[in-house]
Design a protein around this ligand. Structure first.
Ligand code: NAI
Length: 373
């Protein structure tokens, strides 16, 4: 039976602790990076059923902070913790055996560098509804300008000048990446009465027939879509897939929504498209260089990133701080799956949600052995 963790045992173990005497502890020792108050609250609650030793640190994992993990069995990371080769080597030398990502995306880990050294697990799905609903919220806000209306009416300004939107009904949406989130999003968009074009390297004809969406190629999607929403992972092949060349292929006034990953968009090209009015609006939950800003309170600091600062000046750009996943249900699922992943690895030697750089390849060992190596 998993042990209960007493709250007092953890008092004082927060961010300032730099080195921890892990050897004094018996349970699975996990260094939890980039811990926010809402992470601690949810993980502490769910961990009552798992009894894993969690040490929370405010810091992001990077080459400077990697010593924090010395002696830990596992580390728990989020989207802006980075594991390039140098960090992977340091972690392996320190004896870390498992990287437990508490997110779906894994582009922040050099999977080749950790292969054969540290296993990597992630949370493949926690609530595709959370992310798709947020993408829809960005679209609706930008189109009907409710962000502006909110400020206006609170200020006693009841004018509707400049707030005109367009009917989504009858328009064409382009969904890039028809996985769990893309499929939920396509259902929402179909619910608005939109025609949905989808691009995915692995089209699913049965899903297309059942859902009423149409798989197509990217040039057609760019040419015909009134709104384009990105729901694919970031891979070496699609870095800055939205760039000057692809923006030029799009409809005038196209609305671009990105809840995928920031690097899917060349932000400078997006800004150019916004300035020329080629792009009608952009809803961004992710940003190319988000690491220094997103999830942090920078309200009393000067923004040193000129690209982000310029983006924030547009009235038709809505930026949210990588919060698409952030619902109660998703957070509970994330904690449950992450702690389950850690315990399964150390107690049963199982890796139900392992990933490696060969996933999907014919040579993938996981199909045969259940593990990536
Ligand atoms: P999934 O794995 O279920 O689906 C991804 C789909 O994208 C698959 O069907 C795959 O075939 C397709 N795909 C792969 N490469 C592609 C490419 N180059 N072009 C178009 N499609 C491609 O993943 P899921 O759960 O739907 O998540 C998608 C992405 O959303 C994640 O990789 C992550 O980057 C992002 N995400 C963002 C969150 C946020 O809070 N903003 C939260 C969760 C995920």
């Amino acid at each position: 039976m998993p042990r209960q963790v007493s709250k007092t045992a953890w008092k004082g173990c927060a961010a300032v602790v730099r080195r921890v005497n892990w050897s004094m502890m018996k349970a699975i020792q996990t260094a939890f990076f980039d811990a926010k108050p809402y992470d601690r609250e949810m993980f502490e609650m769910v961990n009552r059923g798992y009894g894993i030793e969690l040490k929370y640190f405010d810091d992001h994992l990077n080459a400077d902070t990697v010593p924090i993990a010395a002696g830990a069995d596992a580390i728990c990371l989020f989207v802006n913790d980075a594991v390039p080769r140098k960090v992977a080597e340091a972690l392996a030398a320190q004896g870390v055996r498992l990287i437990a990502l508490r997110c779906a995306g894994y582009n922040n880990v050099d999977l080749k560098a950790v292969y054969q050294r540290i296993h990597v697990v992630h949370v493949p799905a926690y609530s595709p509804f959370a992310v798709a609903e947020h993408a829809a919220a960005l679209l609706l806000t930008l189109n009907r300008k409710t962000h502006k209306a909110y400020s206006r009416t609170r200020d006693g300004n009841f004018s509707i000048n400049g707030l005109m939107g367009f009917d989504l009904h009858g328009k064409t949406a382009g969904v890039v990446g028809m996985g769990k989130i893309g499929r939920v999003m396509s259902g929402i968009l179909r619910g608005f009465g939109m025609r949905v074009l989808a691009f995915d390297p692995f089209p699913d004809a049965a899903f297309a027939q059942a859902s009423g969406c149409t798989y197509t190629d990217l040039p057609t999607l760019y040419r015909e879509a009134d709104i384009i929403t990105l729901h694919c992972p970031l891979t070496p092949d699609n870095v800055q897939m939205i760039n000057a060349e692809t923006i030029a292929q799009m409809k005038n006034g196209v609305v671009v929504i990105n809840t995928g990953r920031g690097k899917l968009i060349d932000t400078r090209a997006l800004i150019h498209g916004l300035k020329s009015c080629k792009i009608g609006a952009a809803g961004l939950d992710v940003y190319e260089e988000e690491t220094d800003y997103f999830f942090e309170d920078r309200s009393s600091a000067v923004i040193g990133d000129d690209v982000l600062a310029r983006l924030m000046t547009f009235p038709n750009v809505l930026i949210t701080s990588h919060q698409a996943f952030f619902t109660r249900e998703a957070m509970a699922n994330i904690a449950q799956t992450t702690l389950g992943n850690i315990r399964a690895f150390f107690e049963q030697g199982e890796l139900p949600h392992e990933i490696c750089y060969r996933c999907g390849e014919a040579a993938c060992l996981r199909k045969a052995t259940g593990k990536c190596f």
